[in-house]
Design a protein around this ligand. Structure first.
Ligand SMILES: *Cc1c(COP(=O)(O)O)cnc(C)c1O
Length: 376
Protein backbone atom coordinates (compact mmCIF):
# COMPACT_ATOMS: atom_id res chain seq x y z
CA UNK A 1 0.00 0.00 0.00
CA UNK A 2 1.44 3.36 -0.91
CA UNK A 3 1.02 6.35 1.37
CA UNK A 4 1.09 10.04 0.44
CA UNK A 5 4.33 12.02 0.46
CA UNK A 6 4.64 15.50 1.94
CA UNK A 7 3.43 17.69 -0.92
CA UNK A 8 3.76 21.48 -0.82
CA UNK A 9 1.48 21.87 -3.87
CA UNK A 10 -1.48 20.67 -1.74
CA UNK A 11 -1.10 23.60 0.67
CA UNK A 12 -4.30 25.18 2.02
CA UNK A 13 -4.07 28.65 3.51
CA UNK A 14 -6.51 30.03 6.09
CA UNK A 15 -5.62 33.63 6.82
CA UNK A 16 -5.96 35.41 10.12
CA UNK A 17 -8.84 37.85 9.83
CA UNK A 18 -7.06 40.83 11.27
CA UNK A 19 -3.30 40.71 10.80
CA UNK A 20 -1.21 42.04 13.68
CA UNK A 21 0.34 45.45 13.18
CA UNK A 22 3.98 44.54 13.64
CA UNK A 23 6.06 47.13 15.42
CA UNK A 24 9.51 47.01 13.76
CA UNK A 25 11.02 48.90 16.68
CA UNK A 26 9.60 46.65 19.39
CA UNK A 27 12.06 45.05 21.76
CA UNK A 28 11.46 41.34 21.19
CA UNK A 29 12.57 38.93 23.86
CA UNK A 30 13.60 35.60 22.36
CA UNK A 31 10.70 33.23 21.76
CA UNK A 32 7.75 35.19 23.15
CA UNK A 33 6.15 36.97 20.20
CA UNK A 34 5.01 34.72 17.37
CA UNK A 35 4.05 35.49 13.80
CA UNK A 36 0.37 35.43 12.86
CA UNK A 37 0.34 32.02 11.19
CA UNK A 38 1.70 28.53 11.64
CA UNK A 39 2.22 25.62 9.29
CA UNK A 40 0.59 22.34 10.32
CA UNK A 41 0.78 18.96 8.57
CA UNK A 42 -0.76 15.76 9.87
CA UNK A 43 0.62 12.30 9.18
CA UNK A 44 -1.27 9.02 9.48
CA UNK A 45 0.28 5.61 9.18
CA UNK A 46 -2.40 4.30 6.77
CA UNK A 47 -2.55 7.27 4.45
CA UNK A 48 0.75 9.17 4.92
CA UNK A 49 1.15 12.97 4.84
CA UNK A 50 -2.11 14.92 4.65
CA UNK A 51 -2.52 18.26 2.87
CA UNK A 52 -0.34 20.93 4.56
CA UNK A 53 -2.18 23.83 6.11
CA UNK A 54 -1.15 27.35 7.02
CA UNK A 55 -3.57 28.70 9.60
CA UNK A 56 -3.71 31.38 12.31
CA UNK A 57 -1.33 30.76 15.22
CA UNK A 58 -3.21 29.04 18.01
CA UNK A 59 -3.56 26.15 20.42
CA UNK A 60 -3.29 22.53 19.37
CA UNK A 61 -5.87 20.07 20.59
CA UNK A 62 -4.49 16.67 21.58
CA UNK A 63 -5.77 13.65 23.43
CA UNK A 64 -4.27 13.47 26.95
CA UNK A 65 -3.01 9.97 26.13
CA UNK A 66 -1.10 11.26 23.05
CA UNK A 67 2.31 9.57 23.07
CA UNK A 68 4.20 12.91 22.97
CA UNK A 69 3.08 13.55 26.55
CA UNK A 70 4.25 10.19 27.88
CA UNK A 71 7.21 8.82 25.99
CA UNK A 72 8.99 11.82 24.53
CA UNK A 73 8.01 11.55 20.86
CA UNK A 74 9.20 15.08 20.11
CA UNK A 75 11.91 16.64 17.98
CA UNK A 76 12.57 20.15 16.80
CA UNK A 77 14.75 22.35 14.61
CA UNK A 78 16.02 25.90 14.77
CA UNK A 79 16.74 28.04 11.73
CA UNK A 80 16.49 31.68 10.71
CA UNK A 81 15.14 33.85 7.91
CA UNK A 82 17.01 37.06 7.11
CA UNK A 83 15.95 40.19 5.24
CA UNK A 84 18.64 41.29 2.79
CA UNK A 85 19.41 44.93 1.97
CA UNK A 86 18.01 44.42 -1.55
CA UNK A 87 14.61 43.34 -0.21
CA UNK A 88 14.73 39.55 -0.31
CA UNK A 89 14.04 37.10 2.49
CA UNK A 90 16.57 34.27 2.70
CA UNK A 91 17.05 31.07 4.67
CA UNK A 92 20.54 29.86 5.63
CA UNK A 93 21.22 26.25 4.49
CA UNK A 94 17.62 25.16 5.28
CA UNK A 95 18.09 21.79 3.56
CA UNK A 96 20.58 20.92 6.31
CA UNK A 97 17.93 21.51 8.99
CA UNK A 98 15.29 19.57 7.07
CA UNK A 99 17.68 16.62 6.59
CA UNK A 100 18.63 16.69 10.28
CA UNK A 101 14.94 16.76 11.17
CA UNK A 102 14.49 13.52 9.21
CA UNK A 103 17.42 11.92 11.07
CA UNK A 104 15.87 12.97 14.42
CA UNK A 105 12.50 11.57 13.30
CA UNK A 106 14.06 8.25 12.27
CA UNK A 107 15.69 7.91 15.72
CA UNK A 108 12.30 7.89 17.50
CA UNK A 109 10.10 6.12 14.98
CA UNK A 110 8.44 9.22 13.54
CA UNK A 111 7.84 9.58 9.78
CA UNK A 112 10.24 11.07 7.26
CA UNK A 113 9.46 13.49 4.46
CA UNK A 114 10.96 15.10 1.37
CA UNK A 115 13.22 17.83 2.78
CA UNK A 116 12.72 20.18 -0.19
CA UNK A 117 8.94 20.11 0.27
CA UNK A 118 9.36 21.36 3.84
CA UNK A 119 11.75 24.12 2.75
CA UNK A 120 9.15 25.22 0.19
CA UNK A 121 6.36 25.21 2.79
CA UNK A 122 8.45 27.23 5.25
CA UNK A 123 9.09 29.68 2.42
CA UNK A 124 5.30 30.04 1.94
CA UNK A 125 4.76 30.65 5.66
CA UNK A 126 7.48 33.29 5.86
CA UNK A 127 6.27 34.95 2.68
CA UNK A 128 2.74 35.24 4.09
CA UNK A 129 4.03 36.74 7.34
CA UNK A 130 6.88 38.70 5.74
CA UNK A 131 6.00 41.82 7.74
CA UNK A 132 7.45 40.01 10.77
CA UNK A 133 10.92 39.58 9.24
CA UNK A 134 12.69 42.52 10.87
CA UNK A 135 14.42 45.05 8.67
CA UNK A 136 17.09 46.10 11.12
CA UNK A 137 20.67 44.79 10.76
CA UNK A 138 21.39 41.84 13.04
CA UNK A 139 17.68 41.01 13.37
CA UNK A 140 16.03 37.93 11.92
CA UNK A 141 13.04 35.61 12.10
CA UNK A 142 13.72 32.50 14.18
CA UNK A 143 11.89 29.47 12.75
CA UNK A 144 11.00 26.51 14.89
CA UNK A 145 9.86 23.34 13.06
CA UNK A 146 8.57 20.62 15.42
CA UNK A 147 7.35 17.04 15.02
CA UNK A 148 5.40 15.14 17.66
CA UNK A 149 3.80 11.72 17.90
CA UNK A 150 0.05 12.10 18.48
CA UNK A 151 -1.25 8.49 18.75
CA UNK A 152 -3.92 8.38 21.45
CA UNK A 153 -2.75 5.28 23.28
CA UNK A 154 -0.55 4.43 26.21
CA UNK A 155 1.07 1.57 24.30
CA UNK A 156 4.83 1.97 23.93
CA UNK A 157 5.03 1.54 20.16
CA UNK A 158 5.87 3.59 17.07
CA UNK A 159 3.21 6.30 16.70
CA UNK A 160 0.54 5.75 14.07
CA UNK A 161 -0.12 9.46 13.79
CA UNK A 162 2.09 12.52 13.99
CA UNK A 163 1.97 16.28 13.62
CA UNK A 164 4.61 18.42 11.96
CA UNK A 165 4.22 22.11 12.66
CA UNK A 166 6.27 25.26 12.22
CA UNK A 167 6.07 28.43 14.29
CA UNK A 168 8.33 31.49 14.10
CA UNK A 169 9.27 34.57 16.06
CA UNK A 170 11.15 37.77 15.22
CA UNK A 171 14.42 38.04 17.15
CA UNK A 172 16.88 40.82 17.83
CA UNK A 173 20.67 40.59 17.71
CA UNK A 174 22.28 38.46 20.39
CA UNK A 175 24.88 41.13 21.09
CA UNK A 176 23.42 44.61 21.39
CA UNK A 177 26.79 46.40 21.35
CA UNK A 178 29.89 44.37 20.50
CA UNK A 179 30.48 40.78 21.56
CA UNK A 180 30.15 39.62 25.10
CA UNK A 181 32.20 36.61 26.24
CA UNK A 182 30.94 33.87 28.56
CA UNK A 183 32.25 32.03 31.60
CA UNK A 184 31.70 28.26 31.53
CA UNK A 185 31.48 25.67 34.26
CA UNK A 186 33.17 22.43 33.17
CA UNK A 187 30.56 19.81 34.10
CA UNK A 188 31.34 16.11 34.57
CA UNK A 189 28.82 14.97 37.19
CA UNK A 190 26.05 14.87 34.55
CA UNK A 191 26.52 13.38 31.05
CA UNK A 192 24.71 15.23 28.25
CA UNK A 193 25.19 12.55 25.58
CA UNK A 194 26.82 9.12 25.31
CA UNK A 195 27.81 6.63 22.60
CA UNK A 196 24.76 4.82 21.25
CA UNK A 197 22.49 7.47 22.78
CA UNK A 198 20.69 10.31 20.99
CA UNK A 199 22.64 13.45 21.92
CA UNK A 200 23.42 13.98 18.24
CA UNK A 201 19.71 14.45 17.46
CA UNK A 202 17.49 17.45 18.24
CA UNK A 203 15.09 15.46 20.43
CA UNK A 204 13.32 17.33 23.22
CA UNK A 205 14.46 14.63 25.64
CA UNK A 206 18.04 15.93 25.42
CA UNK A 207 17.30 19.35 26.87
CA UNK A 208 15.18 19.19 30.03
CA UNK A 209 17.69 16.92 31.88
CA UNK A 210 20.41 19.57 31.38
CA UNK A 211 18.43 22.32 33.11
CA UNK A 212 19.40 21.55 36.75
CA UNK A 213 23.10 21.68 35.73
CA UNK A 214 22.48 24.96 33.94
CA UNK A 215 20.85 26.37 37.07
CA UNK A 216 23.75 25.12 39.18
CA UNK A 217 26.21 26.86 36.83
CA UNK A 218 24.18 30.07 37.07
CA UNK A 219 24.17 29.89 40.89
CA UNK A 220 27.95 29.70 40.80
CA UNK A 221 28.16 32.70 38.51
CA UNK A 222 28.68 30.95 35.14
CA UNK A 223 26.71 31.48 31.93
CA UNK A 224 26.74 27.92 30.58
CA UNK A 225 27.99 24.37 31.14
CA UNK A 226 30.98 22.99 29.29
CA UNK A 227 29.91 19.37 28.91
CA UNK A 228 32.66 16.81 29.48
CA UNK A 229 32.50 13.12 28.61
CA UNK A 230 34.02 9.99 30.09
CA UNK A 231 37.02 9.30 32.33
CA UNK A 232 39.24 11.19 29.85
CA UNK A 233 37.00 14.27 30.30
CA UNK A 234 36.67 15.04 26.61
CA UNK A 235 35.22 18.44 25.77
CA UNK A 236 31.98 17.91 23.85
CA UNK A 237 29.66 20.95 23.70
CA UNK A 238 28.89 24.26 25.39
CA UNK A 239 25.31 24.55 26.69
CA UNK A 240 23.34 23.92 23.48
CA UNK A 241 26.15 24.94 21.15
CA UNK A 242 29.09 23.23 19.49
CA UNK A 243 32.51 24.12 20.94
CA UNK A 244 35.65 25.30 19.13
CA UNK A 245 39.14 26.01 20.53
CA UNK A 246 42.15 27.59 18.84
CA UNK A 247 45.56 26.37 20.00
CA UNK A 248 48.99 27.63 18.97
CA UNK A 249 52.03 25.36 19.12
CA UNK A 250 54.67 27.40 20.91
CA UNK A 251 57.50 25.61 19.07
CA UNK A 252 56.26 25.78 15.47
CA UNK A 253 53.92 28.75 15.83
CA UNK A 254 51.25 26.87 13.89
CA UNK A 255 47.62 27.35 14.95
CA UNK A 256 45.00 24.64 15.18
CA UNK A 257 41.22 25.10 15.10
CA UNK A 258 39.74 22.16 16.98
CA UNK A 259 36.24 20.80 17.50
CA UNK A 260 35.02 17.39 18.68
CA UNK A 261 34.32 14.74 15.99
CA UNK A 262 30.76 13.70 15.08
CA UNK A 263 30.84 10.36 16.90
CA UNK A 264 27.15 10.27 17.89
CA UNK A 265 27.58 12.36 21.04
CA UNK A 266 27.83 15.73 19.28
CA UNK A 267 24.93 17.62 17.70
CA UNK A 268 25.56 18.00 13.98
CA UNK A 269 25.41 21.79 13.99
CA UNK A 270 24.82 23.68 10.75
CA UNK A 271 26.92 26.50 12.20
CA UNK A 272 29.66 23.99 13.17
CA UNK A 273 29.75 22.69 9.60
CA UNK A 274 29.78 26.24 8.23
CA UNK A 275 32.70 27.25 10.50
CA UNK A 276 34.71 24.16 9.46
CA UNK A 277 33.97 24.62 5.75
CA UNK A 278 34.90 28.31 5.72
CA UNK A 279 38.00 27.73 7.89
CA UNK A 280 39.27 24.95 5.59
CA UNK A 281 38.68 27.10 2.55
CA UNK A 282 39.83 30.52 3.78
CA UNK A 283 42.59 29.98 6.37
CA UNK A 284 46.12 29.51 5.09
CA UNK A 285 47.14 25.83 5.45
CA UNK A 286 50.72 26.94 6.19
CA UNK A 287 49.55 28.73 9.32
CA UNK A 288 46.54 26.66 10.33
CA UNK A 289 45.39 23.10 10.87
CA UNK A 290 41.64 22.50 11.08
CA UNK A 291 40.86 19.38 13.14
CA UNK A 292 37.85 17.36 14.17
CA UNK A 293 39.46 15.38 16.98
CA UNK A 294 39.08 14.42 20.62
CA UNK A 295 40.53 16.90 23.12
CA UNK A 296 40.23 17.06 26.89
CA UNK A 297 39.80 19.66 29.60
CA UNK A 298 43.33 18.72 30.76
CA UNK A 299 44.78 19.58 27.36
CA UNK A 300 43.05 22.97 27.54
CA UNK A 301 44.21 23.58 31.14
CA UNK A 302 47.81 22.57 30.40
CA UNK A 303 48.07 24.49 27.15
CA UNK A 304 46.39 27.57 28.67
CA UNK A 305 49.10 27.51 31.36
CA UNK A 306 51.76 27.46 28.60
CA UNK A 307 50.07 30.29 26.71
CA UNK A 308 49.06 27.96 23.88
CA UNK A 309 45.30 28.61 23.99
CA UNK A 310 44.54 31.46 21.60
CA UNK A 311 40.73 31.67 21.86
CA UNK A 312 37.56 29.60 22.17
CA UNK A 313 33.90 29.90 21.26
CA UNK A 314 30.56 28.12 21.13
CA UNK A 315 28.46 28.27 17.95
CA UNK A 316 24.85 27.74 16.94
CA UNK A 317 22.04 29.30 14.92
CA UNK A 318 20.65 31.54 17.67
CA UNK A 319 23.92 33.31 18.43
CA UNK A 320 26.26 32.38 15.50
CA UNK A 321 29.30 32.58 17.83
CA UNK A 322 29.62 32.96 21.58
CA UNK A 323 33.18 33.85 22.66
CA UNK A 324 34.49 32.14 25.82
CA UNK A 325 36.61 33.98 28.38
CA UNK A 326 36.92 31.61 31.31
CA UNK A 327 36.34 27.98 32.29
CA UNK A 328 35.82 26.91 35.88
CA UNK A 329 37.34 23.45 36.38
CA UNK A 330 37.86 21.94 39.83
CA UNK A 331 39.19 24.89 41.77
CA UNK A 332 40.91 26.55 38.83
CA UNK A 333 39.76 29.35 36.60
CA UNK A 334 41.20 28.65 33.15
CA UNK A 335 41.50 32.02 31.44
CA UNK A 336 40.91 32.16 27.68
CA UNK A 337 42.46 35.18 25.95
CA UNK A 338 40.40 37.90 24.22
CA UNK A 339 41.48 40.64 21.83
CA UNK A 340 42.60 43.78 23.72
CA UNK A 341 39.54 45.89 24.56
CA UNK A 342 37.13 43.37 22.98
CA UNK A 343 35.08 40.46 24.25
CA UNK A 344 36.04 38.12 21.41
CA UNK A 345 39.03 36.38 19.85
CA UNK A 346 40.26 37.24 16.35
CA UNK A 347 39.16 34.10 14.49
CA UNK A 348 35.81 34.10 16.37
CA UNK A 349 35.13 37.62 15.12
CA UNK A 350 36.33 36.81 11.61
CA UNK A 351 34.17 33.71 11.18
CA UNK A 352 31.09 35.45 12.65
CA UNK A 353 31.57 38.13 9.98
CA UNK A 354 32.02 35.56 7.19
CA UNK A 355 28.82 33.76 8.17
CA UNK A 356 26.70 36.85 8.68
CA UNK A 357 27.64 38.38 5.31
CA UNK A 358 26.43 35.18 3.64
CA UNK A 359 23.25 35.09 5.75
CA UNK A 360 22.34 38.68 4.91
CA UNK A 361 23.00 38.11 1.21
CA UNK A 362 26.03 40.41 0.93
CA UNK A 363 28.27 37.59 -0.27
CA UNK A 364 27.13 34.61 -2.35
CA UNK A 365 28.64 31.31 -1.22
CA UNK A 366 27.73 27.82 -2.48
CA UNK A 367 23.99 28.57 -2.47
CA UNK A 368 24.04 28.63 1.35
CA UNK A 369 21.67 31.57 1.37
CA UNK A 370 18.41 30.66 -0.35
CA UNK A 371 15.89 33.30 -1.37
CA UNK A 372 12.38 32.32 -0.28
CA UNK A 373 10.61 35.58 -0.99
CA UNK A 374 11.38 38.54 -3.19
CA UNK A 375 9.71 41.63 -1.76
CA UNK A 376 10.96 44.14 -4.31
C1 LIG B 1 20.96 23.10 17.91
C2 LIG B 1 22.19 22.68 18.66
C3 LIG B 1 23.48 23.06 18.24
C4 LIG B 1 23.73 24.03 17.11
O1 LIG B 1 23.25 23.60 15.88
P1 LIG B 1 23.04 24.69 14.72
O2 LIG B 1 22.51 23.87 13.59
O3 LIG B 1 24.35 25.30 14.45
O4 LIG B 1 22.06 25.68 15.24
C5 LIG B 1 24.57 22.57 18.94
N1 LIG B 1 24.42 21.76 20.02
C6 LIG B 1 23.19 21.39 20.46
C7 LIG B 1 23.10 20.49 21.64
C8 LIG B 1 22.05 21.85 19.80
O5 LIG B 1 20.84 21.50 20.24
Amino acid sequence: MSTAELDASKLKVIRKEEPTVFEQNADFTFGRLFIDHMLVVEWKRESGWQAPEIRPYGNLSLDPSACVFHYGFELFEGMKAYRTEDGRVTLFRPEMNAARMNRSAARIGLPQFDAEQLVELIGKLVELDRQFVPQRPGYSLYIRPVMIGTSASLGVTAPDSALLYVIACPVGPYYKSGFSAVRLLATDNVTRAWPGGFGDKKLGGNYAPCIPSQEEAARLGYHQNLWLFGPEKYITEVGTMNAFFVFKDSTTGKKELVTAPLDGTILEGVTRDSVLTLARERLSPEEWDVSERYYTISEVAERAAKGEVVEAFGCGTAVVVSPIKEIGWNDQAIKIPLLPGEETGEFTKQVAHWISEIQYGKVEYNNWSRTIADLK
